[in-house]
Design a protein around this ligand. Structure first.
Ligand code: PHE
Length: 534
């Protein structure tokens, strides 16, 4: 009973999944709502920083460099920058970006700044009378020895014999260490030295960002706290006349709207619904998950020994375990057709049991509803119909990444005089091309209730391959004639799952990420709109 209800976990789908932008999760952390107690301190630092900037500009033309300014005032640069940004926003000041490439020590650079460069360490380890290579290497360790040798030879500090190492000069300076220390203190070096350190990967660039600041059009030595609300109190007191109101910031991001969100399955379901409605189909009432075996199986000419009717495949109900009412005359005709046939059929030739038909179950397909609808149709003077449904069905299957014990089935049927297999193929082409699949292939299949039956394969342009998309067929006369439909009426029908196209469209490769208690709420809140067939 797997067929099209399964989905394929393919590499392509994983790629699709990772390309999908799922949007931001808006999660509020308690700290956002309840600022920590140190906020009073933070706000006074902010106040100080603001006073410093505005106060300085009162007497001076410009703050040339926010970095130097921060050092002078003994306030952190970060704080100064925050204040500048806020004052700039209110046009109290005009701020210009300054970007500087600064150098910082790499991990290796830091150890040399602390312990001396390898070449210096090596030189110092060579006594005036010389030392054997082996011993020197032991003293320094492999890496310092190796780097130290290279550099010390280049500097002509030492003589490397085959076995022996000796000094070539009496005294050396560790200029590399000195340069590293300078960089660490923010002092400037000439380009040649910078290049040398860069080549040895002892320093790496760091972009420093700051501002130069001048008075802005709204400059004032003090910023008044702007009112954000016109209140009853300030109206009564007349204070509103003096208040300065904060301007609307139309560029500010809005508060994330929270409300209902449509699950991807619902979005795809809606699109499917629209396709059926455009094709002139009416919706069948599928609001009963519990069904009798009679409508789910017997009416569909599915023999009582059929393996799908086993509890391994179907969920049977304990309470109420049986149905109360079935249309008796029709039941009799169904029994007949199963046992001994009729209308040119031989039937199955077995002893049909009413108890088996009475058993309640969770419907295994929405075709149970189709059988009820066709029976109801047969009771009235014949009228051609196009019916569809999209609803949940249940199968007792092992759960894995592509199967759950329930899924949504999409079903369509057309009931009219003289419909042929060509009509079915034509309608399927119409239906699936509206889903964006215009290439279809059919494979003969078997259903107890359809003859002929066809599996439907569609070429998926995105995945660049043929995928099984549904099951279809023409309902058997053994199903339709006992209902009382006219002899020349045929019914063409097809079914597919809602989960499979949804998983492809949304790039989800594990059904448990789509449905059930493990689903990420973020996905449900921020999944994109569904645009089928585009
Ligand atoms: N009931 C079938 C299934 O569950 C689908 C189907 C519907 C097949 C109508 C043929 C016709 O797989």
């Amino acid at each position: 009973m797997r067929g099209y209800s399964s989905t394929w976990p393919t590499e392509e789908m994983r790629v699709l999944a990772s390309n999908q932008r799922l949007g931001d999760n808006f999660i509020f952390v308690a700290a956002d709502l309840f600022p920590p107690p140190s906020s009073a301190v933070a706000s006074s630092v902010k106040h100080m920083a603001e006073e410093a900037v505005l106060g300085f500009l009162e007497k001076n033309e410009e703050i040339k460099d926010s970095g130097e300014f921060a050092v002078e005032k003994g306030i952190s640069h970060e704080e100064i920058v925050n204040v500048i940004k806020s004052l700039n926003g209110a046009r109290f000041v005009d701020a210009q970006d300054i970007k500087r490439e600064r150098w910082q020590l790499t991990a290796e650079g830091k150890t040399y700044a602390a312990n001396g460069s390898p070449e210096f360490q090596l030189f110092m380890a060579v006594p005036p009378e010389g030392i054997s290579r082996v011993e020197l290497q032991k003293k320094l360790g492999d890496s310092i020895f190796k780097i130290g040798c290279q550099q010390a030879i280049k500097n002509k500090w030492v003589e490397m014999g085959k076995l022996q190492v000796s000094r070539k000069v009496a005294h050396v300076d560790d200029s590399v260490k000195d340069m590293l220390v300078k960089i660490n203190n923010g002092q400037a070096l000439n380009q040649e030295d910078i290049d040398a350190l860069k080549r040895r990967k002892l320093i790496s660039p760091q972009i420093w960002k700051g501002y130069s600041v001048k008075k802005g059009p709204n400059y004032a030595p003090k910023r008044k706290k702007l009112a954000t609300d016109l209140t009853r109190e300030n109206l009564q007191s007349g204070e509103w006349k003096e208040l300065q109101f904060k301007e609307y910031n139309f560029l500010a991001k809005g508060f994330p709207v929270d409300g209902g969100h449509l699950h991807p399955l619902l979005k795809v379901r809606r699109q499917m619904q629209m396709i059926f409605l455009q094709m002139g189909f009416e919706e069948m009432p599928t609001n009963n998950y519990v069904e009798s075996s009679f409508w789910n199986f017997d009416a569909l000419f599915q023999p009582q020994q059929h393996p799908a009717r086993d509890s391994h495949d179907t969920f049977f109900l304990k309470e109420p375990s049986t149905t109360k009412m079935l249309p008796e005359d029709y039941v009799e005709r169904v029994k007949q057709i199963h046992e001994s046939g009729g209308h040119g059929s031989r039937g199955y030739g077995y002893d049909w049991k009413r108890e088996e038909a009475n058993k309640n179950l969770l419907r295994t397909h929405t075709t149970a509803v189709s059988s009820r609808m066709l029976y109801a149709l047969a009771k009235k003077p014949f009228e051609a119909k196009r019916y569809y449904s999209i609803d949940r069905v249940f199968r007792n299957e092992a759960v894995d990444r592509t199967h759950l014990a329930e899924f949504h089935q999409i079903e369509g049927l057309i009931c009219d005089r003289g419909l042929s297999l060509g009509d079915l193929q034509g309608v399927l082409h119409d239906f699936f091309s509206r889903l964006g699949m215009s290439k279809l292939r059919f494979k003969p299949a078997y259903n107890p209730y359809t003859e002929p039956s066809m599996e439907i394969f569609g070429y998926h342009e995105g995945l660049k391959k043929w995928v099984e998309v549904g099951n279809s067929g023409m309902f058997r006369p053994e199903m339709l004639l006992p209902m009382g439909l006219p002899e020349d009426v045929t019914v063409i029908a097809w079914g597919l799952s809602l989960e499979r196209p949804t998983m492809i469209l949304y790039g989800i490769d594990n059904i448990r990420d789509l449905f059930g208690h493990k689903v990420d709420l973020g996905l449900i809140k921020s999944n994109p709109i569904c645009r089928i067939g585009l």
